[in-house]
Write a protein that binds this ligand. Structure first.
Ligand code: AMP
Ligand code: TRP
Length: 342
C-alpha cells in the first residue's frame, strides 16, 4: 500500500471565456487571493482545455487567456507567491483526464446538472468533451494532490465527483494515493445572481451585458448597471428573514457584503429601512472603489502581452514540476510500462 502524505495545497481554475464577472471575483478570485496570502501553497489555472468544450474562436481564446491572467494579477494574485498558468501548457492534465474517463462511470456524469444546463435541449449536438469535462476537472485537482479547492456554489457537484473518482481509484488499485479534496465554498457571495433576474446566476455567457458587472467595466458603467439593477418597491428590511422571497434585494445585500467584507447581517443592520434609491448609490460607490483599480491595472498589464505569456510559461514550468512525478507514479500504480529516458 502506498502511503501518501497530503500537505495542504490549493488548486482552482477559471475558464478563459469572455470577461471575468463580479460573480467570478467574489465567488472565486477574492478567495484565491486570501488563500495565497494565508501562506498555503496555491496553484491557479486558466483552464483553456475546458473552454474548448464549446466552440472558441482562436483569437478570442488567446485574448481571453491573457485577459484572465491580467485579471488574476490585478486582483492581487502574485505570480511569485502563487503558480499561475494556462492548462494546455501542462500536458499531465489531459493525460490524467483520460485515466479518469476510465475511472468515472457514465451514470455519475449523467447526473451532472451543469451538463444538462449547458447542453440544453440538443444533447446530441453537444461535444463529448462537454460531457466528460468533470473528469478533466478532477484531473486538474488531483494531478497536484490538491487538498483544498476554492470555488463558487455552482461547482459543488463537480467537487463531489472529484472525491468519488479519487475514492474509486484508491479502492480499485488498493492504494492511498489521491487525496479526498475539500471544497472551499465561503463568503457572503458564493452565488452572485444576475442584476436583471435574482433567480438566475450572474454569468459571463448571459446575452444581456446589463445582467452582470465585468471587471473590465469602467466606473460609469458599473454605476449605471447598479442603478438599473432590478429591485422591488419595498424598503430594505431590518433582518435577514425579511429578504425571504426577495431574491433581487438579497442579491444586492450579498454583493455589498462580499465587497465590504462584512456579513450580510451587518449590512442589513446598517441599511435597515432604506429605499433602493439610497442604497444603490452606496453600493455603486463601494463597487467602483473596489473594481475600478482592478480594471485600470488590467488595462496596464494588457499593454504587454509578451510579459503575460512569459509569466504563464514560467508558471507552467513550476506546475509541471509538481504534476509530472504524480502522473508518473499514477501510471506505475496502474501497470503502464514507463521506460523512456527523460
Ligand atoms: P467559470 O467562469 O464558470 O469558469 O467560473 C469560475 C469560478 O467562478 C468558479 O469557481 C465558479 O464557481 C465561480 N463563479 C462563477 N459565477 C459565479 C457567480 N455568479 N457567483 C459566485 N461564483 C461564481
Ligand atoms: N469547472 C470550473 C468552472 O466552470 C472551472 C474549473 C476547471 C475548475 N477545473 C477546475 C475549478 C479545477 C476548480 C478546480 O467554473
Amino acid at each position: 500500500m502506498t502511503e501518501a502524505v497530503h500537505t495542504p495545497r490549493v488548486f482552482s481554475g477559471i475558464q478563459p471565456t469572455g470577461n471575468l464577472t463580479l460573480g467570478n471575483y467574489l465567488g472565486a478570485v477574492k478567495r484565491f487571493v486570501e488563500m495565497q496570502n494565508s501562506g498555503i501553497e496555491t496553484i491557479y489555472c486558466m483552464v483553456d482545455l475546458h473552454a474548448i468544450t464549446t466552440w472558441q474562436d482562436p483569437g478570442a481564446l488567446r485574448h481571453a487567456t491573457r485577459e484572465l491572467a491580467a485579471g488574476f494579477i490585478a486582483s492581487g494574485l502574485d505570480p511569485k507567491k502563487s503558480i499561475l498558468f494556462n492548462q494546455s501548457q501542462v500536458s499531465a492534465h489531459a493525460e490524467l483526464g483520460w485515466v479518469f474517463n476510465c475511472v468515472a462511470r457514465m451514470g455519475w456524469l449523467n447526473r451532472m446538472t451543469q451538463f444538462k444546463d449547458k447542453a440544453g435541449k440538443n444533447r446530441e449536438a453537444a461535444s463529448v468533451g462537454l460531457f466528460a469535462y468533470p473528469n478533466l476537472m478532477a484531473a486538474d485537482i488531483l494531478v497536484y494532490h490538491a487538498t483544498h479547492v476554492p470555488v463558487g456554489e455552482d461547482q459543488k457537484q463537480h467537487l463531489e465527483l472529484t472525491r468519488d473518482i479519487a475514492e474509486k481509484f484508491n479502492h480499485d488499485y488498493k492504494v492511498d494515493w489521491f487525496p479526498i479534496t475539500e471544497p472551499v465554498i465561503e463568503g457572503a457571495a458564493t452565488r452572485v445572481m444576475s442584476l436583471r433576474d435574482g433567480t438566475k446566476k450572474m454569468s459571463k455567457s448571459d446575452p444581456s451585458d446589463m445582467s452582470r458587472i465585468n471587471l473590465t467595466d469602467d466606473a460609469d458603467t458599473i454605476a449605471k448597471k447598479i442603478r438599473k439593477a432590478k429591485t422591488d418597491p419595498e424598503p430594505l428590511p431590518d433582518s435577514l428573514e425579511g429578504l425571504d422571497d426577495r431574491p433581487e434585494a438579497r442579491n444586492l445585500i450579498n454583493i455589498y457584503a462580499g465587497l465590504s467584507g462584512e456579513t450580510p447581517k451587518q449590512v442589513i443592520r446598517d441599511h435597515a429601512g432604506q429605499q433602493f434609491g439610497q442604497f444603490k448609490p452606496d453600493l455603486a460607490d463601494l463597487a467602483v472603489a473596489t473594481l475600478a483599480p482592478i480594471s485600470t491595472e488590467m488595462d496596464r498589464l494588457m499593454t504587454d502581452p509578451a510579459e503575460i505569456d512569459r509569466l504563464l510559461g514560467d508558471g507552467a514550468n513550476r506546475a509541471a514540476a509538481i504534476a509530472t512525478p504524480i502522473l508518473e507514479h499514477t501510471f506505475e500504480i496502474m501497470g503502464m510500462v514507463r521506460s523512456r529516458e527523460v
